[in-house]
Design a protein. Structure first.
Length: 348
């Protein structure tokens, strides 16, 4: 039986809205097909309350039961100042590298698991699903199922699709469908460029390479004129937009200097960037204030990366002590996320 996510209403008195939190299911389904893909995910036992996510025969990550246990997840929200959490798949599960039909099996299972968690949470969770973007027709069909049938608020996508930047024209039919459905899009770093330039352990992928790839993804959406073509698309970038805030002044200046760039980019890069949404997951108060100055007080939303170890445990307090005026604080903690998720329109 298909479980539809509960209708979420604006949350005016119940804390912040965390737009960046992840799900890993307790188990993965058995493969239906003739030949099991090497990348098909599975779970292996670990220490109490944890499991190993196995991909291609190796431990990709060890995760706690807070990834799938709704009750344990909800216990943590008040201490974080969060009243509504938006859950999306662990990015490595997006499965763009699988055959499209195989990826669709994984993602259909994940989308239904997320909808079931949302339904169980009694209004404390909202969901973003996932689609097999390596196949446009399958992706749009799964998007429609996730939003129309399951009631999810939108989808999470990778910062690149097997190397294809999200600003590429080939992805425009997907964004057209998102715009038509009113589906929010959340861009998360995935298999980032630049790992060959880093020196140190594998964790540097999350620490340093992720924000680099998100910054390039956001820049590609600007230089690809995504919001010029899709003006009603609600799209957000994880990790504070990554490096975009540092790239943007150069991009803006280049747009005024190079005729070819001025000709190909239809609108001011700064103006375009101030129409995207971004999470606040930067772990630093001066950086957060800089992002508000750069992108606008209406474009930043709480993000935590819960429940992974590398997450912001006090996201609302971090905003509260940053020195913003009361209206900006409310916008960052809750109101911008309501707009991004379409909750205001739902209420009206």
């Amino acid at each position: 039986m298909t479980v539809r996510a509960n209708n979420i209403q604006p949350c005016h008195h119940c804390g912040g809205i965390d737009t960046h939190a992840h799900v890993v299911p307790e188990n993965f389904p058995a493969y239906v097909g003739a030949r099991l893909p090497a990348e098909w995910p599975s779970m292996a036992a670990a220490e109490p309350c944890h499991r190993h996510v196995m991909i291609s025969g190796k431990v990709y990550r060890t995760v706690s039961d807070k990834c799938w246990d709704v009750a344990k997840r909800l216990e943590d929200l008040p201490g974080m100042g969060v009243g509504l959490q938006v859950i999306s798949p662990m990015p490595e599960l997006l499965s763009y590298w699988m055959a499209p039909a195989d990826a669709q099996q994984v993602l259909r299972f994940l989308n239904e698991q997320i909808a079931a968690m949302v339904a169980e949470a009694g209004g404390k969770l909202a969901g973003l699903g996932a689609v097999p973007l390596q196949d446009m027709d399958l992706a749009i069909r799964e998007l429609e199922y996730a939003v129309r049938t399951l009631g999810l608020k939108g989808v999470e996508i990778g910062s690149n699709i097997n190397g294809l930047p999200i600003g590429a024209p080939a992805l425009d039919p997907f964004f057209e469908a998102c715009e038509a459905l009113g589906a929010a899009v959340f861009v998360h770093a995935l298999r980032p460029a630049g790992m060959d330039r880093l020196v140190g352990p594998a964790a540097l992928q999350q620490v340093l390479a992720y924000p680099g790839d998100v910054g390039l993804a956001a820049a590609s959406a600007i230089t690809g004129n995504l919001l010029t073509r899709r003006p009603n698309l609600r799209i957000a970038f994880s990790h504070g937009g990554g490096t975009l805030a540092s790239l943007l002044p150069r991009l803006q200046q280049g747009w005024t200097v190079f005729p070819a760039l001025k000709e190909s980019v239809a609108a001011s890069p700064v103006e375009q960037a101030r129409r995207f949404f971004y999470d606040t997951l930067v772990f630093d108060t001066p950086t957060l204030r800089h992002l508000v100055d750069m992108f606008g007080a209406s474009q930043l939303m709480v993000g935590t990366d819960y429940p992974f170890n590398f997450h912001d445990r006090m996201p609302v307090e971090r905003i509260a002590v940053a020195g913003f005026d009361a209206d900006t604080t409310v916008a960052l903690v809750r109101r911008n996320a309501e707009c991004y998720l379409g909750l205001e329109r739902t209420a009206s």
